[in-house]
Design a protein around this ligand. Sequence first.
Ligand code: IDP
Ligand code: MG
Length: 141
Amino acid sequence: MERTVVLIKPDAVKKGIIGKIITRLENAGFTMIAAKFLRLPEDLLDDWYAHHKDKSFFPELKTFMTSTPVMAILWEGKDVIKKVREICGPTDSRKAPKGTIRGDYGRDVQENAIHASQDAHAANKEMDLIFLPHEIHEYNR
Ligand code: IDP
Ligand code: MG
């Protein structure tokens, strides 16, 4: 079964909407198979956001992403990667439609409430960066 990694980002953690975001993904039928509340290490973020490391906003992005712990969740389900990206909405919260997580809870292009793996390659890499094999729990919902 396909898996994807979600991070509930510091803006959403500060707003106290961790539960609301989890509920949306549970209601979409996906299965939570691992979860961890952690402060992301700097070197993990260098790897996670390697595609942005030369951008002018990268230092600010790292400051934002380490400003509180994040809620990291591994979700499993059919087409979960694509479907969770759809539920999140586009990167820029100002352009995200109402009814998407970013449209409802995000502020701008940086503070956009949630991360979701963009493809299977990223999902595998991100899963390995956050979770150990024994922290992942298979079961039927
Ligand atoms: P995604 O999260 O929708 O996959 P990416 O382009 O992979 O978007 O960017 C990763 C994260 O980097 C975004 O979710 C956002 O928090 C931040 N980010 C992307 N573009 C900008 C920008 O132009 N300014 C500030 N932060 C940005
Ligand atoms: Mg991305």
